[in-house]
Design a protein around this ligand. Sequence first.
Ligand code: ZN
Length: 266
Amino acid sequence: MLDRSELIRYNRQLVIPELGEEGQRKLKRSHIVIAGIGGLGCASATYLTAAGIGRITIVDFDTVELSDLNRQILYWEEDIGEKKVAVAQRKLSKLNPAVEIIPIFAKITEENVLSLIDEAQVVVDGLDNLATRLVINSACVKRKIPYVYGGVSRLRGMLTTIIPGKTPCLACVYPEASKRGGGLGVLGVVPALIANLQALEAMKLVIGYSPSLAGRLLLFSGDDARFRVYDIKRNENCQVCSQTPRGKRPKNGGKDGRRNREAVYT
Ligand SMILES: [Zn+2]
């Protein structure tokens, strides 16, 4: 049940027919894991907290630096040097004390990833590197947990929703992490934009309203102010989500995996 204060707090979204009180109760019962609380994670965490997700786990192993402040909007000058998860928990809890924010100061690895995501209803990507994204992707496929991927670079961003068993996975698009480093930069509004679309996808998954980007890749270009959406296909030889026997998989990961460039910043 929603109490009187919740009916007031969420009034502007309760009146949306696609959500309603039943949808709000689903948000309240849900648990979302945000992997990485940088530029993407700060924005998605803020809006998911404001919307009334019941429990949000934030995972990151970084501390706040001055160069984060152009885009990581939960952190201010006074927070420099502090653990990001601690600052984020403090501020998100002030925004909406009813939301349980669980901070985990840890680097996501193949060894700990399953324990980090195991209780999640949805995992939202806030990472800054493809190698860790592929670790999350494999774990989500293994545990059948939806994963909302997002990435940004310069004035561009992209996202897709991966539903294990139904859509292609991230390894179908990127068979392996690029060795190429970052350095292209990012304007802060771009992760904010992509992260809010990720938050929308996550909330739609929670309330059972079909996610619009399942199996589709949205690309945003700030250069020409265009959104483009492409269908993505499962790589039949994908080492993560394909049913092909392991011995028959080619080393190059198949032909469908080279469509998009790696996004390197959060
Ligand atoms: Zn795959």
